[in-house]
Design a protein around this ligand. Structure first.
Ligand SMILES: O=C(O)CCC(=O)C(=O)O
Ligand SMILES: [Fe+2]
Length: 280
């Protein structure tokens, strides 16, 4: 497996970004896209806790994708303030996502702005992700196929990306957006094709934003407990493709998981293995 660093750029104009990165589907890290946002100063653990600590939030551990009854359901709920204290204290795999904090705190949306570097941002879909030190997001690509601008706050987060054409080396599970490999402890005996995968890597610092082209694989590791904001963008193509993926996910994958449980996971794993064998 070969990972090259993602380029860091500052002062990118719209024209430069669109020509050099967006049109080429090439990732980049903006060091200053969020420089003028009030959020970069204001959103500290203390401030969030003081103002929104009372909100009851859903949390997930790494088992939320395990087949069966608990598939994609939260592990527990807790007041947001307690959760923020927990991720500041030390390692925990508990993450908070799929919770629209902006619905409960709409004023937070005035602390950032849609980037000027291109069009098509979904103004109504900002999302926040929280995790403790050591938390990880297994390798996947986003179901809605949007292009993602992920901005990191306060602490560091490692992001590993692979282009869509690397799917076979990554043991992609058919009918889903999930890869079989665990990038925190890669097993090259189990997954020999992974050795051939070529990707990109960066450790995002406070205030930095990574541009992830649509359909790109991403793995995320919380170097420290912290949080990010994702802003999403669509083109006509990504929107159509996204609707297809979402339908497939809910109809095929959730349906088969319900019917077959662990057997469905095994079937997907076998198909992933066959595809990887073919590219070895
Ligand atoms: O940063 C995270 O915790 C998850 C981010 C992610 O998967 C995404 O923005 O699509
Ligand atoms: Fe994602």
């Amino acid at each position: 497996m070969k990972l090259q660093p993602i380029e860091r750029r500052s002062g990118l104009t719209r024209r430069e970004f669109e020509e050099e990165y967006l049109k080429k589907n090439k990732p980049v890290v903006f060091t200053d896209l969020a420089a003028k946002w009030p959020a970069t100063e204001k959103w500290t653990f203390e401030w969030l806790s003081k103002n929104y600590g009372h909100l009851e939030v859903p949390l997930y551990d790494n088992n939320f994708r395990k087949p069966g009854k608990g598939y994609l359901t939260p592990t527990k709920h807790m007041p947001f303030g307690d959760y923020l204290a927990l991720i500041q204290q030390g390692p925990t795999e508990l993450r908070m996502f799929l919770y629209n904090i902006f619905k409960h705190a709409p004023e937070l949306t005035s602390d950032f702005a849609m980037p000027h570097v291109t069009d098509g941002f979904l103004k109504n879909f900002p999302m926040m992700f929280f995790g403790g030190q050591g938390a990880k997001v297994d390798l996947h690509y986003d179901l809605d196929c949007a292009t993602v601008f992920l901005t990191q706050f306060q602490t560091r987060k490692r992001v590993i990306l692979f282009a869509p054409d690397q799917g076979d080396y990554l043991y992609q599970h058919p009918f889903t957006v999930q890869s079989e490999v665990k990038l925190d402890r890669p097993d090259f005996e189990l997954h020999p094709a992974l050795l051939k995968a070529q990707g990109y890597e960066v450790v995002l610092e406070h205030g930095e934003t990574v541009f992830m082209p649509h359909l790109w694989w991403h793995y995320i590791y919380y170097e420290d407990g912290g949080f990010s904001l994702s802003l999403r963008r669509h083109s006509t193509y990504t929107r159509t493709r996204g609707i297809f993926n979402i339908t497939r996910h809910f109809v095929v994958d959730k349906g088969m998981n319900y019917l077959l449980g662990q057997r469905w996971t095994n079937i997907k794993a076998n198909m992933a293995k066959k595809r990887a064998m073919a590219v070895l």
